[in-house]
Design a protein. Structure first.
Length: 533
């Protein structure tokens, strides 16, 4: 267990992508089965421990420590797993086991436990572990490792470890189960490649590169098709051998949240497209509408009726058992057009191409799209095959310029992981009300966009100007005479009944610290509502 704990600790402290890949490949090489497989499952989010929930952990520590003292400790440390691992009382020496449990021991014990005896099993494991191992055990239980490693990066580490293409890993992934012994045996050259054990598997998606300065000067507009970029989530609809699945762009199975769309996948193909809500024949909903359907295991009939899901199709990867990915985009597009014409028009439509006369004309179209849910344009080379990953040249994305607003910092919260000692999550607001009776209303929250040096500056400002505390959250002084103005960039805006301001931002981030700007000159809510109108 200590080796897994050390891996988590080093991953948190290693910011560079290549450094994380090295740590993971070294771990896979040095650690035996099944521990390395369970570690992989934990990192990719595929490790299920149903018997223990975070609330049970809080109850366990409440039986062992004064709740008020624990509250102060948690507030100071900022991370539940780290706090509990540090304050958990050491058992008497004669009650300690002869050895610490391995990762396989821990996972086996927790997965075998029932809901009723889960807390007892967890307490016994924590008693038997060192501080570092306790931290790792709790991270497993809570399911939030927060180590800066995505499932895609973990799969890339596997590919590096076995010297294979990451696309091979992704195509096999949904047919495998932890602790992946057959996968590691193949990667080490000890066994043949695992057979695809499931139908309707995920195919790694092709990604685009953003248009950068002088990129377009090197390209001939005649070589590219332009397509509107819709503000939904990228998905892949696959039907094969009677199995139907809907995947996110990272390969997560999201079928459970969209049964209405999955029921309409009555073809033998793999389609790439954008998941949206509404009716493609009558109106496309906003991303805020789509969020009502996201991150749910099940969806009520009322939600399905109010926010029906559909897919705007971009590409076809597989059709009637034929792999179309090697074909040029232009040929795949013809196949896609013919297929979509046969599908349920309430659930599938074709993403239209946008004819353009040159780059200047396309730039104007990008900045003034015909629909508010469009966030820019895609450029796809007509002769490009469908290649997994992000090759430079075939596909580009050219998004609309972000909106900006000057807002006032209102609240700050401690971050997690390496940011747990900094106030790094910021809630900001704009002015509302008539002159002389104005107040700040929150319009968004952001936790990135600033440099490490700017983080230290904001953290000091928060500590020096705190007026109230609410656990890990601080309210800072923010009035007409005193406060910190933040220039906030965001991709879009939607109406929201859940927020006092009536608006919700899409992808807000801090673009600039306006130390020079008086708070009285920050923007008003009318500025944001004008964008909606």
């Amino acid at each position: 267990m200590n080796r897994f704990a050390e891996l988590l600790d080093r991953l948190v402290l290693t910011p560079a992508r290549n450094g994380k890949l090295t740590l993971l490949t070294d771990y896979f090489r040095a650690v035996e089965d099944p521990d390395r497989g369970f570690a992989l499952a934990a990192i990719t989010g595929d490790l299920s421990i149903a018997a223990v929930k975070p609330a049970m952990l809080r109850a366990l520590i409440a039986d062992r420590m004064d709740p008020v003292l624990f509250g102060y400790s948690y507030d100071y440390v900022g991370d539940l797993a780290e706090t509990v691992s540090l304050v958990w009382p050491e058992p008497p020496q004669n009650q300690k086991p002869n050895r610490e449990p391995t990762l396989g021991d821990v996972v086996g014990a927790l997965q075998a436990a029932s809901r009723s005896d889960g807390p007892t099993v967890l307490a016994r494991l924590l008693d038997s572990a060192s501080i570092e191992a306790r931290f790792a055990i709790i991270k497993l239980v809570t399911g939030g490792l927060r180590i800066g490693v995505s499932a895609r990066l973990a799969k890339q580490a596997l590919a590096d470890f076995g010297k294979v293409d990451v696309a091979e890993i992704e195509e096999l992934w949904h047919g495998l189960k932890p602790p992946y012994t057959e996968l590691f045996a193949w990667l080490e050259g000890k066994a043949p490649r695992p057979e695809k054990a499931a139908m309707a598997l995920f195919r790694p998606v092709m990604l685009s590169n953003p248009v950068e300065d002088r990129d377009l000067e090197k390209l001939d507009p005649a070589d590219y098709a332009a397509e509107w970029k819709w503000d939904g989530i990228r998905v892949q609809a696959v039907s094969e051998g009677g199995a139907r699945r809907l995947y996110s762009r990272t390969g997560d199975d999201v079928s459970g949240a969209f049964p209405d769309l999955v029921d309409a996948i009555d073809f033998s193909a793999a389609l790439d497209g954008e998941l949206l809500v509404g009716d493609p024949r009558g109106g496309t909903g906003t991303f805020s509408d789509l969020q009502q359907r996201l991150n749910r295991k099940t969806v009520s009939a009322k939600i399905r009726e109010k926010f029906p899901a559909f897919m705007r199709c971009y590409d076809v990867l597989l059709l009637d058992g034929e792999d179309l990915r090697p074909l040029p985009f232009g040929e795949r597009r013809k196949r896609l057009e013919a297929l979509v014409a046969t599908l349920d028009p309430a659930r599938f439509d074709l993403s239209p191409l946008a004819a353009f006369a040159g780059w200047d004309a396309l730039n104007h179209m990008r900045s003034n799209p015909p629909h508010p849910v469009i966030e820019g344009v895609m450029l796809k080379r007509l002769d490009s095959p469908y290649v997994a990953g992000r090759p430079k040249g075939p596909w580009f994305k050219w998004k609309r310029d972000p909106h900006t607003v000057d807002a006032v910092l209102m609240y700050a919260q401690r971050g997690h992981g390496k940011r747990s000692s900094f106030y790094s999550d910021y809630t900001f607001g704009v002015w509302q009300g008539s002159p002389g009776d104005e107040e700040l209303v929150p319009v968004g929250k952001a936790y990135f966009g600033f440099t490490d040096e700017e983080l230290r500056q904001i953290d000091k400002y928060v500590r020096d100007n705190t007026v109230e505390r609410f656990g890990p959250v601080r309210s800072v002084r923010a009035d007409r005479e005193k406060g910190l103005v933040l220039e906030v960039a965001f991709e879009g805006l939607a109406r929201s009944t859940r927020h006092k301001s009536g608006v919700a931002m899409r992808f807000p981030r801090i673009s600039r610290l306006r130390w020079d700007k008086p708070t009285a000159e920050a923007d008003r809510i009318e500025t944001l509502k004008a964008l909606l109108d």
